[in-house]
Design a protein. Structure first.
Length: 276
């Protein structure tokens, strides 16, 4: 099996589960060394399944090299220590996937007007989400600039452009769009690409746990690894700077780069109208 990224060093934030895990596994398939970050060390320590150690082991099994690093992305010192470790052990980082995100564990998350929600919802979703992406980007950028190449993929959603979940969620995702555009503006001349990725409805552990209570249309879904395959496709593209500063819908990248989901299907883009 081809390992086109066997010489690349990646950091994937929030990779115990969900899209972060999917990205780490896809990068492992491509042979990359992947630093898997997150808070969960032991199964059962979080309400959802998955640990950074499990993800790192699966990266190994896929043909890459997984390195689990416990990191609370709300703590700048821990994030700084993460990138200092990558610098010390590898001398560089080639790919950064900013995925980590925190959702309040509350029944008020969906369907409750913002004025009736705790103000803390804003801080929870913006500190580990928008702000954490900025911090990780700022710490990874010097290593990429020094080498004159790199890819930063910021995971966002259609909630950046249309109502989804709640007000604080949408504002945070819209902020990721601005973060992408402005960091791309400053990094392009250094050969570093920054993109925003919009998955569709993803079968993450959190979404599946909602069952019949899910507010999402589950008729068209995709696996977490589809986003990871989009990251790999971009990382393998010598012309990746053509994408910099832009949002890219994962399903549309699947069409452009001719890759499919783990079940062999290619989900339609949610940009498209639903078939009648």
């Amino acid at each position: 099996m081809s390992r086109p990224l066997s010489d690349r060093i990646a950091v994937v934030t929030g990779a115990s589960r969900g899209i972060g895990k999917g990205a780490a596994l896809a990068l492992g398939d491509a042979g990359a060394t992947v630093y898997v970050t997150g808070r969960t060390l032991q199964e059962g320590a979080a309400p959802l399944p998955g640990t950074i150690g499990q993800t790192a082991a699966e990266v190994d099994a896929r043909g890459g090299r997984g390195i689990a690093v416990q990191c609370d992305h709300a703590d700048d010192d821990q994030v700084r220590a993460l990138f200092e470790r990558v610098q010390a052990e590898q001398g560089r980082v080639d790919i950064l996937v900013n995925n980590v995100f925190a959702l309040p564990d509350s029944e008020q998350l969906f369907g409750t007007p913002f004025w009736e929600q705790p103000l803390s919802f804003w801080d929870t979703m913006h500190r580990v989400g928008l702000r954490s992406h900025y911090v990780a980007s700022a710490l990874a950028a010097p290593m990429m600039v020094e080498r004159g190449r790199g890819l930063i993929a910021n995971i966002s959603s259609f909630g950046a452009a249309r109502y989804a979940v709640n007000v604080a969620y949408g504002v945070g995702k819209a902020g990721v769009e601005r973060l992408t555009a402005d960091t791309a503006h400053e990094l392009k001349r250094h050969g570093v690409a920054v993109v925003t990725l919009w998955p569709g409805v993803v079968r993450t552990e959190r979404i599946l746990a909602l069952g019949e209570d899910s507010p999402f249309d589950m008729s068209v879904t995709e696996s977490p690894e589809l986003t990871g395959r989009a990251v790999v496709a971009l990382a393998c593209d010598d012309a990746v700077l053509e994408h910099t500063g832009k949002r890219r819908i994962v399903a549309e990248l699947a069409e452009q780069y001719d890759f499919v989901d783990i079940d062999g299907t290619r989900p339609r883009s949610l940009r498209s109208p639903r078939p009648k």
